[in-house]
Design a protein around this ligand. Structure first.
Ligand code: PEP
Length: 249
C-alpha cells in the first residue's frame, strides 16, 4: 500500500497563542488537502487554541516535545497524558535543537518514543548529521545509531506507524536544503536500517520525512523521491508558503 505523505510544520519557539490563532486562520484554507496528513507541531501553550482554531479542518495538531515520565516532580515538563487529554496525536521527539540545547540523547529520545507509543501518540523521531560528520563520511553510521537506539524496544507494529524525520543539521534554518539526491540517499538508508531491525513490511510502512530548509520551490522534487514521505518544515511553516508545500504537486 502506498504510504500517505505527512507534511508537518515545526513552529519551534514562535507564535504567542493569539498569533497562533491568526496563523491558523490564514493557513487553514491554504493547507486544505486530504491527500496528505497535515500536522502543525506547536509550542505547548498554543496546542489548545490551535486545536480550537483548526476545528473542522484537515489540520492535525502535534507537540514539539514531551517528557517520558507519567507525572510528578518534573517542573516545566509536559506529560503524555496532558497531550492525549486534549487530543494530540503526534509529537516531535529528538529534534536536533533539543539534542543541542537541552542535552537530549539517543537514550532519552528512546524513552520518549516508547512512552509516546504507550499513550497512542505517534512519534516524529528526528535524526540527522552535522556538516562535519557529512564531510568525514560518517553520515549513515551516525544516523543508523540514532535510529537503532531511538527505536529500541519498539515493536514492529508500532514502528509501522512511526514517523522518522531525517534532518541534516547543516540544513536546518540555514536556507541550505540538501539536494534531492542527498535527501533520498539517507532516507533510503534509514528505510534499509528499519528493514534490518524489523523486516521488509515494517520498512515499507514506516514514513520517513525530510526536513531542512524545505520551501515552496524544493518541496515537489524532494517529496517525489521514492523514500521521502513528506517533510518536517520549520521556517516556511509560519508563512503562507506552507500551503504551497502541502499542495506541492
Ligand atoms: C525544523 O525545524 O525541523 C526545520 C527543518 O527547520 P527549517 O525548515 O527552518 O530548516
Amino acid at each position: 500500500m502506498a504510504r500517505k505523505k505527512i507534511i508537518a510544520g515545526n513552529w519551534k519557539m514562535n507564535m504567542t497563542p493569539s498569533e497562533a490563532v491568526a496563523l491558523v486562520n490564514t493557513l487553514k484554507p491554504l493547507v486544505a488537502n486530504d491527500d496528505v496528513d497535515v500536522v502543525f507541531c506547536v509550542p505547548a501553550i498554543d496546542i489548545i487554541p490551535v486545536m480550537e482554531a483548526a476545528k473542522g479542518s484537515n489540520i492535525q495538531v502535534g507537540a514539539e516535545n514531551m517528557y517520558y515520565e507519567e507525572k510528578g516532580a518534573y517542573t516545566g515538563e509536559i506529560s503524555p497524558a496532558m497531550l492525549t487529554d486534549v487530543g494530540v496525536k503526534y509529537v516531535v521527539l529528538g529534534h536536533s535543537e533539543r539534542r543541542q540545547y537541552f542535552a537530549e540523547t539517543n537514550e532519552t529520545v528512546n524513552k520518549k518514543v516508547l512512552k509516546a507509543f504507550e499513550h497512542g501518540i505517534t512519534p516524529i523521531m528526528c535524526c540527522g548529521e552535522t556538516l562535519e560528520q557529512r564531510e568525514q563520511g560518517v553520515t549513515m553510521d551516525f544516523i543508523r545509531q540514532q535510529v537503532k537506539v531511538g527505536m529500541l524496544g519498539v515493536t514492529a507494529d508500532q514502528a509501522k506507524t512511526a514517523v522518522i524525520a531525517y534532518e541534516p543539521i547543516w540544513a536546518i534554518g540555514t536556507g541550505k536544503t540538501a539536494t534531492t539526491e542527498q535527501a533520498q540517499e539517507v532516507c533510503k538508508g534509514i528505510r534499509e536500517c528499519v528493514a534490518e531491525i524489523y523486516d521488509d513490511a515494517t520498512a515499507a510502512a514506516i514514513r520517513i520525512q525530510y526536513g531542512g530548509s524545505v520551501n515552496a520551490k524544493t518541496a515537489a522534487d524532494l517529496f517525489a523521491q521514492a523514500d521521502i514521505d513528506g517533510g518536517l518544515v520549520g521556517g516556511a511553516a509560519l508563512k503562507p508558503d506552507f500551503g504551497q508545500i502541502v499542495n506541492y504537486k
